[in-house]
Design a protein around this ligand. Structure first.
Ligand code: 5HY
Length: 246
């Protein structure tokens, strides 16, 4: 049985969230798949703005570089903004899948339309951008925020799970969508409960991306290096980024 090593990278620095994400990925991984859940030592503790997202990318790329040394077969970017996805594909020898991209693909395999339920209202624009980028602008019926900060999602004293489930049920009625896409890696562990509450497919990108990377590796498929995803050419980086020289 060939072993597949998948690195699931949480691009923020919240260790507890990384462990939660790792549990959700392992819950769906095949017995021959080894999931390593990591987060950078540097960067934002959560990603809730364009600034956070931009500054999460060096840490993410440092984890990809570490995965290459460790012999990882593929990667999941476990943040709904799919930060640094293109750059990661240039650096990684194996396939790289973002959880937003994965979830939106799965949603269009189980229905004509989907809606996204995410954290803060200010992140909804990014979700619409990604739906358009991935060719799903026509299938996306709505993007809705529960206004719960990322790091409060797994706070046992907050009733985040109930709030998210209620918003998902309301969204199905309001948008008439065929499925719900959970708009944050921190909601991955809510998936089963929310599915029971809303009666339509509820899609967690962490699980779908893990299975997609597993499938791509088993099919021997990896990022094409012929064109824009060719490895970055030799270049000197200075200052804080000097270690990123290639
Ligand atoms: C995520 N932020 O999945 C995104 C969700 C969001 O730190 N992990 C984060 O709100 O955009």
């Amino acid at each position: 049985m060939t072993r597949t090593e998948i690195w699931v990278i949480n691009p923020n620095t919240a260790r507890a969230m990384t462990e939660n994400i790792g549990r959700c990925a392992r819950a769906v991984a095949a017995p021959s798949t080894v999931v390593t859940a990591v987060n950078p030592a540097m960067g934002p503790e959560s990603i809730e703005s364009h600034y956070d997202e931009a500054l999460s990318v060096p840490g993410l790329l440092a984890e990809i570089a570490a995965g290459e040394v460790a012999g990882a077969d593929g990667y999941v970017i476990a943040c709904f903004g799919d930060p640094g996805l293109d750059a990661a594909r240039e650096l990684a020898s194996g396939p790289v899948v973002g959880i937003a991209e994965a979830a939106m693909h799965a949603a269009t395999l189980v229905g004509r339309s989907f809606s996204v339920v995410t954290t803060l209202a200010r992140t909804t624009g990014r979700a619409w951008d990604l739906a358009a980028r991935y060719g799903f602008a026509g299938a996306c019926r709505g993007v809705h925020a529960c206004d719960i900060p990322v790091l409060e999602l797994d706070d046992p004293s907050s009733d985040a799970r109930k709030v998210v489930a209620a918003l998902c049920a309301e969204t199905v009625e309001r948008d008439g969508c065929d499925s719900i896409v959970l708009g944050c890696a921190g909601m991955a562990s809510f998936c089963a409960d929310v599915s029971r509450a809303v009666g339509v497919p509820v899609i967690d990108g962490v699980a779908v991306a893990t299975k997609l990377v597993e499938s791509l590796v088993s099919l021997g498929l990896r990022t094409s290096t012929r064109g824009e995803f060719a490895p970055p050419g030799p270049k000197r980086y200075t200052g804080l980024l000097r270690d990123f020289s290639v």
